[in-house]
Design a protein around this ligand. Structure first.
Ligand SMILES: C[S@@+](CC[C@H](N)C(=O)[O-])C[C@H]1O[C@@H](n2cnc3c(N)ncnc32)[C@H](O)[C@@H]1O
Length: 475
């Protein structure tokens, strides 16, 4: 007799720990309806012992033969013992579906047992939970899981049933219940962001309570994601540090720290989306910064001193430090102390691996300063004045107004470059050009070349632009 199974829609066996955010969470209680299962279990244990003893008499001990495995050898209802005459390894069905050992538990305890199996790495990585008709759930086990009867299972029986093998899917939505998708289709998130092994998704108010279910589906779909975090519907990017509130929804390994490493343009950077601004979308801007820097180095015929006073975790610094022989020194910082912590980690990593243009260990960088401070305070220290060849200004809502205060950092008597990013009204791009020209004039210099170009739209009327000014400040 075959157990009638129905595919579970709410649970998958992707290993993950979850944080409860709503009523969807399965109970963690492990003390309900033990009685009935315990009766089955002890009955089956005795029948299994009996069957084992019959099998041991039937099978010569020295001959290789069927592997004793469990009490219901072929697709049997786990409470039916008529077919359990010997403990033989269950065969693969003729139609290709494979039979797998499962732990049968009351539905309300599914989450608890899933967590235990994942933590111990006893759950199958290829199959999901199966709902059995008697109101229990069957969790697929792998060969590392202890045998039935081990005290760890607290009397819950094992059943051999056809595995609910997850088909290969293209979309995380495929891991959700079809009715749920049909009901909430329009509200389900269409996009998300991945930083390293952290997935960040914005959830609307109407589906916030289902965050864990959706996060679990995402973990199932994306094997390289460790942690799924939600940005709540009530919060957006906030404050001068431009960071979002993140709430962990599901974790593959129980760790809930969003600190992670992202790979960008062939190198790794420490980031933490819960504490520091970082946008992978601007990686092509950093490549363009590298391109302009190389042009300036070629023009000056020597390594450059760069200032990146709004450095965040330092993605621009990383791309410049990685280029052999490009830099001779740097000033880098941020107002956000969490950013500076990661900036230090990233800069230390890249400076310790620096090479000169011949591939030899590079000369120490001079200056070599990392500071947690307001960008406008760098030029107040006289030792920082007149030393910078390339200045990066990335505070898009205020870049233009900060420029005059920063220009005293620029080196004099030769060409230097100011490169930055700003958010402006689409109709006010020419105002940016005038503001930069005026600031350079005010610092006693002339603009040799100036470009302002749109990188992307920001809102209906505003655009995100990149500006680059090549200038000469007289000595
Ligand atoms: C748009 S982010 C740019 C970060 C980084 N340059 C990047 O491309 O990823 C702006 C950064 O400026 C920092 N910031 C804001 N106000 C600042 C100030 N007055 N002085 C220095 N840094 C500031 C923020 O903490 C944030 O990390």
């Amino acid at each position: 007799m075959r157990a009638k199974a129905k595919i579970s829609s709410g649970c998958s066996t992707s290993g993950r720990m979850t944080r409860s955010i709503g009523p969807i969470v399965l109970s963690n209680s492990s003390n309900s309806s033990l009685g009935q299962s315990a009766v089955y279990a002890s009955y089956l244990r005795w029948s299994a012992i009996l069957a084992a003893s019959i099998a041991s008499r039937l099978m010569p001990p020295t001959e290789p033969g069927p592997i004793p495995m469990s009490k219901s050898p072929v697709l049997g209802m786990f409470w039916s013992t008529k077919e359990s005459s010997a403990m033989l390894k269950p065969p693969t069905r003729l139609d290709g579906a494979s039979v797998m050992r499962h732990l049968s538990v009351p539905r309300a305890q599914t989450q608890h047992w899933l967590e235990l199996c994942r933590t111990k790495q006893w759950n199958s990585s290829t199959a999901g939970v199966t709902n059995l008709e008697d109101g229990t759930n069957a969790i697929p086990l792998n060969e590392l899981a202890p045998r039935e009867g081990d005290p760890i299972w607290e009397g819950h029986p094992h059943v051999d049933i056809t595995a609910n093998v997850r088909p290969k899917t293209e979309n995380w939505l495929d891991h959700l219940d079809e009715d749920f998708v049909a009901e909430h289709g329009d509200e389900l998130p269409r996009s998300f962001e991945i930083q390293g092994d952290v997935l960040i998704v914005k959830l609307g108010e109407s589906i916030w309570e289902y965050g864990e279910t959706m996060a679990d589906a995402m973990l199932t779909q994306f094997p390289h994601v460790r942690l799924v975090c939600g940005t709540p519907f009530y919060s957006g990017v906030k404050g001068e540090f431009r960071i979002r509130e993140l709430i962990s929804l599901a974790s593959r390994d129980g760790t809930v720290s969003p600190r992670t490493r992202v790979r960008e343009n062939g190198y790794f950077l420490w980031v933490d989306p819960s504490k520091v601004y970082f946008s992978a979308r601007l990686s092509n801007q950093r490549m363009a910064t590298l391109h302009s820097s190389k042009k300036l180095r070629n023009k000056l015929g020597r390594g450059l001193v760069v200032a990146d006073p709004y450095a965040g975790v330092g993605p621009s610094m990383a791309s410049l430090l990685k280029e052999p022989g490009l830099l001779s020194g740097f000033l880098a910082g941020d107002l956000n102390p969490d950013a500076v912590e990661l900036l230090k980690l990233n800069i230390e990593y890249f400076t310790s691996r620096r090479k000169d243009s011949e591939g030899n260990v590079a000369e120490p960088l001079e200056p070599s300063e990392i500071s947690c401070c307001d960008a406008k305070s760098w030029p107040l220290d006289t030792k920082n004045q007149g030393v910078v060849d390339l200045l990066l200004v990335n505070l898009p809502h205020q870049s233009i107004e900060h420029i005059p205060a920063l220009l005293p950092l620029m080196s004099r008597g030769h060409t230097t470059v100011l490169r930055g990013w700003a958010i402006t009204e689409r109709t006010a791009i020419s105002d940016i050009e005038s503001s930069i020209s005026e600031a350079v004039l005010g610092a006693g210099g002339v603009v040799e070349q100036l470009s302002v170009h749109e990188v992307k739209g920001f809102s209906m009327t505003k655009v995100f632009v990149c500006f680059e000014a090549w200038m000469f400040l007289s000595s």
